[in-house]
Design a protein around this ligand. Structure first.
Ligand code: XMP
Length: 512
């Protein structure tokens, strides 16, 4: 792999993704990894990422000069560029000139920049700068605040840039990164969607042997792609379980039972647990309580389904398929305990004491790669590009007690909102748009000749990169108008549609 050494900025994962866009496999490693540990992984190249520190700051993570004696190509970015300069005998100075944001780069020479526009914008974020390149390096670009903004030593296969090539604000950045990987480091681009599928299928076969595997489908992208990969590898020795907890949106069960099954040929067992969930949720209004009940019931239903399958097969299902993604792997390795804002329930997020061996075919993949793998496996667009939907479903979008009648109302309103957003071509622009029923609130309205006393629904359209932060989406007024008119006309119990204009933070995306 190409190893991206993380100096604590938010850019390491992004760099790793960009490396993969150049069709080269990459992984993120913490800057605390020793040179010996790095070398053991036999990296094809190393990328030193940007970081918040100044190379002069007390406790700033230095680069062990031994790294440059390992014979591995190295690319330094921003802080990594400066640390590299310093480790190899160049000069880094605190000149007092800072560059933050869009900057003009004067460039034109060397492998990295040859043939690019002589002046082009790049994204800078630095206080210190390199004033003298180390011996053997050619300086190939500069900016007003960074006399040495890029250097390269093609002999030793070292290079670096002061700016951030990985961000969209550096329009030629991806090309520069690609040139380092392919032309300076000499790595052959082999990380393609079909190679990912082949490799994972082989791994799954090796892991599962002639055992049986089970997978909980949620209707979401990750479990759908994970199961499709495992199905490709072991066929009918995989059984998928889909729990209908009654908290699904209109058409979701059919989408899994019909579209997904016909696309993959997966063996699917649907458990209709609607009554059980309704009974367990009766009288409950507290959001955390609802989440706990739904999570607990889900596990019980899944365990029972597993037992039934085992009896039917006369054999234990030893393997559990989960759609864990690479960012979760990196972040759980990071070890910084984030506060538990809401107890998230992942369908398929089952407890360890189920005694399964985990099969996690997406563990090395980013979300965009998962989507491409899904398409490669023939999954329908409606599944591959599905927006996120929470495991507890509509249960946390009814504010107040959840019951069948209220679910009907919310399901109808939600279907209209989704239809209109899709018709307006907005699905890829918004992250998701929860529709929330304020079931215990009533307001007065007028419809036809009569007074109404109905419930409000809230539209919560959000834009986001990763759901950690979000902004409310400025939907076109005419789309909002159509949604509002249709909901109040077609859903008898709803007489008011309101728009949530809160970003996250302070609001979370879901209301509960
Ligand atoms: P919040 O409401 O925390 O939501 O801003 C962030 C993202 O997570 C989704 N979400 C969940 N997903 N199980 C899930 O699988 C859950 O329990 C859950 N709760 C929230 C939410 O839809 C948004 O995309």
């Amino acid at each position: 792999p190409v190893l991206v050494v993380d100096y604590g900025a938010q850019y390491a994962q992004l760099i790793a993704r960009r490396v993969r866009e150049a069709q080269v496999y990459s992984e993120v490693v913490p800057h605390t990894a020793t040179v010996a540990e790095i070398v053991t992984k036999e990296p094809a190249a190393i990328v030193l990422s940007g970081g918040p520190a100044s190379v002069y700051a007390e406790g700033a993570p230095a680069v062990d000069p031994a790294l440059f004696a390992a014979g591995v190509p190295v690319f330094g970015i921003c802080y990594g560029f400066q640390a590299m300069a310093q480790a190899l005998g160049g000069t880094v100075e605190h000149t007092g000139t800072r560059e933050y944001g869009r900057t003009d780069l004067g460039a034109g020479t060397g492998v990295l920049h040859d043939g690019l526009p002589g002046r082009h914008p790049v994204w800078m974020s630095h206080g210190d700068c390199v004033t003298k390149a180390p011996e053997g390096f050619a300086v190939t670009a500069s900016s007003e605040g960074a006399p040495v903004a890029a250097f390269e030593d093609t002999e030793r296969r070292f290079a670096g840039v002061q700016y951030h090539p990985e961000v969209a604000h550096s329009p030629h950045g991806q090309e520069v990164l690609r040139r380092f990987l392919h032309d300076i480091a000499g790595i052959r681009p082999q990380w393609t969607t079909s190679s990912i599928v082949d490799e994972q299928v082989e791994r799954i076969r090796a892991q599962v042997g002639d055992g049986k595997a089970i997978c909980g489908l949620s209707g979401g992208v990750d479990s759908a792609v994970a199961a499709a990969l495992v199905q490709r590898a072991i066929g009918d020795r995989l059984t998928c379980v889909f729990v209908d907890h009654g908290l699904l949106r209109a058409g979701e069960r059919a989408q899994v039972e019909r579209d997904y099954v016909s696309a993959t040929g997966v063996r699917l067992v649907t458990v209709d647990a609607r009554e059980r969930f309704m009974a367990a949720l009766a009288g409950v209004t507290d959001p955390e309580e609802k989440r706990k009940i739904i999570g607990r019931e889900f596990i019980r239903v899944f365990e029972q389904a597993e037992l039934d399958l085992q009896v039917e097969a006369g054999e234990k299902y030893r393997f559990l398929v989960q759609g864990t993604l690479y960012p979760d792997v990196v972040e759980s390795g990071g070890g910084t305990g984030a506060a538990n804002i809401k107890s998230h329930h992942n369908v398929g997020g089952l407890p360890d004491d189920l005694e399964f061996e985990l099969v996690e075919p997406l563990r090395a993949l980013f979300k965009d790669e998962v989507r491409r793998v899904g398409l490669e496996l023939g999954l329908p667009e409606t599944i591959v590009h599905r927006q996120p939907f929470p495991g507890p479903g509509l249960g946390i979008r009814i504010i107040g007690e959840v019951n069948a009648a209220r679910l009907e109302i919310l399901r109808a309103a939600d279907a209209i909102a989704r239809e209109e957003l899709t018709a307006a071509g907005l699905d890829r622009d918004i992250w998701q748009c929860p529709v929330v029923l304020l079931a215990d609130v009533r307001s007065v309205g007028v419809q036809g000749d009569g007074r109404t006393y109905g419930h409000p629904v809230v539209l919560r359209p959000v834009s986001s990169e990763d759901a950690m932060t979000a902004d409310w989406t400025r939907l076109p007024y005419d789309v909002l108008e159509r949604i509002s008119t249709r909901i109040t006309n077609e859903v008898a119990e709803v007489n008011r549609v309101v728009l949530d204009v809160t970003s996250k933070p302070p609001g979370t995306i879901e209301w509960e």
